[in-house]
Design a protein around this ligand. Structure first.
Ligand code: NAP
Length: 300
């Protein structure tokens, strides 16, 4: 028996893949119950509360917005810790801070169950195609039990050891790098456009040569084309991640001036009403600074 909580852009396709893997029955819960419809149609059971999703000794996946949501779903009156019990495993796939993860891991341990950190790289289309890259950390026994399932849900699993915070640090480091790359791309694109050169052509060239990697290819092309849709990762969640990066950096006395800059770009995006846009639209900031009104801003 598996449980799955959080059926947003990422959770829904992952839960569908889990269900379709035929590894066992799946019970699901989402704050907004209607989002479970597709899963119920395919045979999942709807649970009225997070606790009801958890079977004693079972495996529960969570894929929720932020630290607060994960804490609510785990520790609340109807939280999964009420039922998970000895040998139970909570696979926590959300992007949250390492300090929260370590605290949760301790609380799980007190109840003889395990918290496994399993945050992911890849957008909703990658989740649907089982192409996620999954960072993993936590207790060895729980990892051995869950790893084959994670391998089914993604294209690779990277083990960062026993510290429940470690996989989350790895994930945050990656999202910081993506944010910094997008800011750099945005600035380069503005330079090119204001110099009268074709921005799409320049980014196409760079993404096919020196910067031939998914971040430059996908986000680079989206930024050059001012492509605001589809929204894979909301700007509001990107801001949350950069705040988490800075908190984690502060905890280990590591100045990250570039993370500060990217966080401020995202914060400015929120202030301008762009919370629901894709986070690549932080690029509008560099354009606006240079007096450009790009297509995406004209559509607002
Ligand atoms: P999303 O579409 O906004 O979904 C968020 C989920 O969290 C929904 O199920 C939502 O329930 C639930 N939720 C939020 N606050 C809650 C609360 N207080 N109590 C209970 N449930 C709550 O977000 P997403 O894009 O799937 O992202 C989920 C996680 O994956 C985030 O940590 C994100 O940073 C990470 N991530 C996202 C991507 C991406 O490309 N989207 C990639 C990698 C990692 P409702 O449906 O009721 O709102």
């Amino acid at each position: 028996m598996f449980g799955f909580i959080g059926l947003g852009q990422m959770g829904l396709p992952i839960a569908l893949n889990l269900l379709e893997s035929g590894r066992g029955p799946v019970r699901v819960h989402n704050r907004t119950a209607s989002k479970a419809a597709k899963l119920i149609e395919k045979g999942a059971t709807l649970a009225a509360s997070p606790a009801e999703v958890a079977a004693p000794g079972g495996i529960v996946f969570t894929m929720l917005s932020d630290d607060r949501a994960v804490e609510d779903v785990v520790l609340g009156e109807d939280g999964i810790l009420q039922r998970l019990g000895p040998e139970g495993v909570h696979v926590s796939m959300s992007t949250i801070g390492p300090a929260t993860a370590r605290r949760l891991a301790e609380l799980h341990e007190q109840r003889a169950c395990a918290y496994l950190a399993a945050p992911v790289f890849g957008r909703p289309d990658a989740a649907a195609a089982r192409k996620l890259w999954i960072c993993l950390s936590g207790a060895p026994g729980a990892k051995a039990r869950v790893e084959p399932i994670l391998r089914h849900l993604g294209q690779g699993v990277f083990d960062f050891g026993e510290d429940a915070g470690a996989a989350h640090v790895a994930k945050l480091a990656g999202n910081f790098l993506i944010g910094a790359a997008m800011e750099a791309i945005a600035e380069a694109v503005v330079l090119v456009e204001k110099s009268g050169v074709d921005r799409v052509k320049v980014i196409d060239m760079l993404a096919d040569t020196l910067f031939n990697c998914p971040v430059y290819r996908n986000y680079g092309k989206a930024i050059a084309a001012d492509r605001a849709a589809p929204v894979g990762f909301k700007l509001a969640l990107g801001r949350k991640d950069l705040e988490l990066v800075l908190q984690a950096a502060g905890a280990v006395q590591t100045p990250m001036p570039l993370a500060d800059l990217v966080r401020d770009r995202l914060l400015a995006g929120l202030a301008k009403g762009r919370a629901e846009m894709d986070w690549s639209m932080l690029s509008l900031g560099a354009a606006e600074d240079a007096g450009l009104k790009p297509a995406a801003a004209r559509r607002e």
